[in-house]
Design a protein around this ligand. Structure first.
Ligand SMILES: C[S@@+](CC[C@H](N)C(=O)[O-])C[C@H]1O[C@@H](n2cnc3c(N)ncnc32)[C@H](O)[C@@H]1O
Length: 281
């Protein structure tokens, strides 16, 4: 929903914008194109993505400041660029298509790769650490809670029996043998999603974004968040409603915006996207 996100940010040519999730620079470029004397701060925790974003946005390099870091370091990103507040903040959460389709990053059950799944490959536990060293109950709870997977207990039992899990396709095969395919989704879809969320502490990161984000936006500035999981959208909705109740923000989207059927056809991964926005008072 790039058009909707950009419209809701209401870009001013002299404004300062924070793209918290630059990915390969798609939104960053769209913002930069609309600027004259303004700046867009392009942040991502994935160093490889950020370098690709830099290459993809060369044309507007004078308008972009790059920052490598998690949502916990967004204040630092703004300060390093020489500002204390921004006119708009955009977060397009989750993983990028580039991350998902690069076998060596280990996010995908469609291609063989290491069980990594870290967005920042310099730190933290990998998916292999989790599946090979977490006790069965904790693993089941994690798959149930983060992946919203009803068959989590059976999957966790099968994973523990198959240890050591060595690669993405090995894990996908173990899950597929443990639980039959029910609908269109590959049986390992939710397990991979849950592991990715745990490896990258995505719920904790979203909480940090919602905590620090509003404080970084000047009065009249806007915050736009796109999320892909119903739990995440609920957190965003609750935070935005509480800002509105406290008189700190006006809701710009009473109901979340969702992609059109045409967008879903072009980009099936966008099917569960929900976009919400507020304007700070
Ligand atoms: C859906 S993609 C964004 C795509 C981007 N909007 C574009 O136009 O190319 C999400 C990006 O957010 C990054 N990301 C996810 N969680 C993050 C976090 N907590 N801190 C910083 N970056 C994060 C990922 O590394 C990924 O590159």
């Amino acid at each position: 929903m790039p058009d909707e996100a950009l419209d809701l940010l209401a870009i001013r040519p002299d404004g300062v914008y924070l793209d918290c999730t630059a990915g390969l620079g798609g939104h960053t470029a769209l913002i930069a194109q609309r600027l004259e004397s303004g700046t867009v701060i392009a942040n991502d925790r994935d160093a490889v993505s950020l370098e690709l974003a830099r290459a993809n946005t060369q044309q507007w390099k004078d308008r972009i400041c790059f920052h490598l870091g998690t949502f916990g370091s967004l204040r630092e990103a703004v300060e390093q660029a020489g500002f204390d507040k921004v006119d708009g903040l955009l977060a397009d959460t989750g993983v990028s298509r580039y991350q998902l389709t690069s076998a060596e990053r280990g996010f995908s059950f469609m291609a063989d790769g290491p069980l990594d799944m870290r967005m920042d490959q310099t730190r933290g536990r990998t998916a292999a650490d989790l599946v090979n060293h977490t006790d069965e109950k904790t693993l089941a709870d994690l798959i149930f809670q983060f992946g919203e997977e009803r068959r989590a207990r059976r999957i966790a039992r099968a994973i523990v029996r198959a240890r050591p899990l060595r690669s993405t396709l090995h894990l996908a095969d173990v899950v597929e043998r443990a639980v039959p395919r029910t609908g269109r989704l590959h049986p390992a879809t939710k397990t991979f999603m849950a592991l990715r969320m745990a490896v990258n502490d995505e719920p904790g990161e979203l909480a940090k974004l919602l905590d620090v984000g509003p404080d970084l936006i000047r009065s009249g500035g806007r915050m736009v968040v796109i999320s892909f999981m119903s739990n995440d959208d609920r957190q965003v909705k609750e935070k935005f409603r509480s800002l509105a109740r406290e008189g700190r923000a006006t809701l710009l989207t009473k109901h979340p915006l969702e992609p059109s059927p045409e967008e879903i056809e072009q980009n099936p991964a966008s099917r569960s996207a929900k976009l919400r926005a507020v304007e700070l008072i």
